[in-house]
Design a protein around this ligand. Structure first.
Ligand code: NI
Length: 168
């Protein structure tokens, strides 16, 4: 079930590891713009929402009929949980551990469970299948964000070739 989605979910921790392997601590901690998260904050966010945004929501939909899935303010949560002070290596290790356990759990879901539904406080009704798919989509969004950040860092060094590119 959902083979393409599961493959993305399984590959994310290694992709993240590869993307940050050559980055300096300073690069990892630097925000590309005042309102945009650093790699450090992105990793802390992924580790944090793995439970609250993803696993706990799917579990709620399986355990109850059409539960309300509360939304949360991710910027506020980043402040409260001090994402900008989290150790990036630890965030990534924690995400990897959670992800492994979650994949094992997701692979045991039955087709009938994928059809179960819940109601997200902000966006409305969702099925388990849609939420699990969004889980992978969310991974890719943040991987892309990290690539953008690396692209942004190289931009000042490409001289007149800047004429060909736009940032963000
Ligand atoms: Ni996110």
């Amino acid at each position: 079930m959902l083979d393409d989605v599961m493959a993305i979910l399984a590959s994310t921790p290694d992709k993240l590891r590869r993307e940050i392997a050559q980055m300096s601590t300073k690069e990892i901690k630097t925000r590309p713009a005042p309102e945009k998260w650093s790699v450090q904050e992105i990793l802390a966010h992924l580790d944090d929402v793995e439970e609250i945004g993803m696993r706990a929501r799917v579990a709620a939909m399986i355990e109850a009929d059409n539960p309300l899935l509360p939304s949360f303010d991710q910027e506020k949560r980043a402040e409260e949980r001090k994402y900008s002070r989290k150790n990036p290596t630890e965030s990534l290790a924690s995400l990897s551990r959670q992800r492994k356990a979650n994949l094992k759990w997701l692979r045991k879901l039955k087709p009938s469970q994928l059809k179960r539904r819940g109601t997200h406080q902000k966006v409305g009704e969702l099925s388990v299948r849609e939420l699990v798919t969004e889980w992978a989509f969310h991974d890719l969004s943040h991987l892309r964000q990290i690539l953008e950040l690396k692209r942004y860092a190289l931009y000042p060094r490409i001289g007149n070739m800047r004429a060909y590119y736009k940032l963000y």
